[in-house]
Design a binder for this molecule. Structure first.
Ligand SMILES: Nc1ncnc2c1ncn2[C@@H]1O[C@H](COP(=O)(O)OP(=O)(O)OP(=O)(O)O)[C@@H](O)[C@H]1O
Length: 312
């Protein structure tokens, strides 16, 4: 089932999205699109407006201005059949304590049965889903007995029980141990690769953003100030690479704009005497920190200008 508003059209399309709370402008012109099957991570400092953006797209919050289309519909006017096409994992979902895990997933799943198709049978079989999110041992436990991380896995299961075309996840891995985090990442890859699910998630974990996202959006100062793959962003922001090497046991470091040319000359001069060669570009974390620092020190225009210059 495709309901993106026509073949090839974006699943999410946001233009000049604005949000004002009282006298405070939180979003001042957000622009981005998401294609079918894309995994997009929304990064930004606390209070940047990530949750606000997601809630507007989910139809939970009315925007102050601008244009938004989600699965071919304006979220401000989306109805039941539109809501059934996407899944939501909120930041704090803390009810249903008396229900048991399997019971709740079966119950919530029933809502999606009318939207089942030959291609995408809905809902997800409860036991299969429970196994997929790693809760088999907890299937017959009451929800209030689950640990924080197990509860979060259940939140993810609730978000995908209807086999959504689009999945919104707000800080999905808070409280996950490294093993649960790895399993969650595998699940996201599966959903996007096998089911072509489009995924928009927020996280403060840059390592996670780098591992998961096809594209990273950085939201700061009310706008998307950077949009691209982790590698692309790091390359655009850091023009210099750091080269480290040893010659005859002595350690050397050099920053250069053209690492390939530098290394070629290094070998021409020292040949086999060069050992422990390492070339390093800025990590996503360094790129992100440098952009956000510019914003927090009041240099919004410089940060945007720097990025735009670099991506020109
Ligand atoms: N209902 C509301 N009424 C007034 N102000 C609000 C409301 N909801 C959010 N805000 C404010 O809007 C700004 C953006 O909040 P939002 O929760 O969208 O940010 P965020 O990027 O998700 O932050 P975090 O990373 O801390 O979760 C914050 O300054 C917040 O205090």
């Amino acid at each position: 089932m495709s309901s993106t508003g026509g073949p090839g059209s974006p699943v999410i399309e946001v233009r000049d999205l604005r949000m004002r709370y009282g006298t405070k402008d939180v979003l001042t012109g957000v622009n981005f699109t998401a294609a079918p099957g894309e995994v997009i991570t929304l990064l930004g400092p606390n209070g940047a407006g990530k949750t606000t953006t997601i809630e507007i797209l989910e139809g939970f919050r009315m925007r102050s201005g601008g244009h938004a289309q989600v699965l071919g519909t304006d979220p401000a006017t989306g109805r039941e059949d539109w809501r059934a096409k996407f899944g939501v994992v909120l930041q704090n979902w803390r009810d249903h304590g008396k229900w048991k895990v399997r019971e709740l997933l079966k119950h919530l799943g029933e809502y999606y049965a009318p939207y089942s198709t030959e291609l995408v049978p809905r809902p997800w079989d409860a036991d299969e889903l429970i196994e997929t999110v790693g809760l088999t041992e907890q299937a017959d436990k009451k929800i209030r007995m689950l640990s924080g991380g197990q509860r979060r896995r259940l939140d993810v299961a609730i978000g995908i029980v209807g086999r959504p075309e689009l999945l919104f996840l707000d800080e999905p891995t808070v409280g996950f141990d490294p093993h649960a985090r790895r399993e969650f990442h595998d699940l996201i890859h599966r959903l996007s690769d096998l089911d072509n699910t489009t995924i928009l998630l927020t996280t403060h974990d840059l390592d996670e953003a780098e591992k998961l996202a096809d594209r990273i959006l950085i939201l700061a100062g009310g706008r998307i100030i950077a949009d691209g793959s982790a590698d692309y962003l790091a390359r655009q922001m850091s023009t210099e690479a750091e080269v480290k090497w040893r010659v005859d046991g002595d350690f050397h470091v050099h920053s250069t704009l053209d690492a390939t040319d530098f290394v070629r000359k290094l070998f021409a001069e020292h040949g086999d005497a060069v050992t422990d060669l390492e070339i390093r570009r800025a990590s996503l974390e360094e790129t992100y920190m440098s952009m956000v620092q510019q914003f927090e020190s009041g240099n919004e225009e410089i940060a945007i200008h720097q990025f735009q210059e670099a991506t020109r």
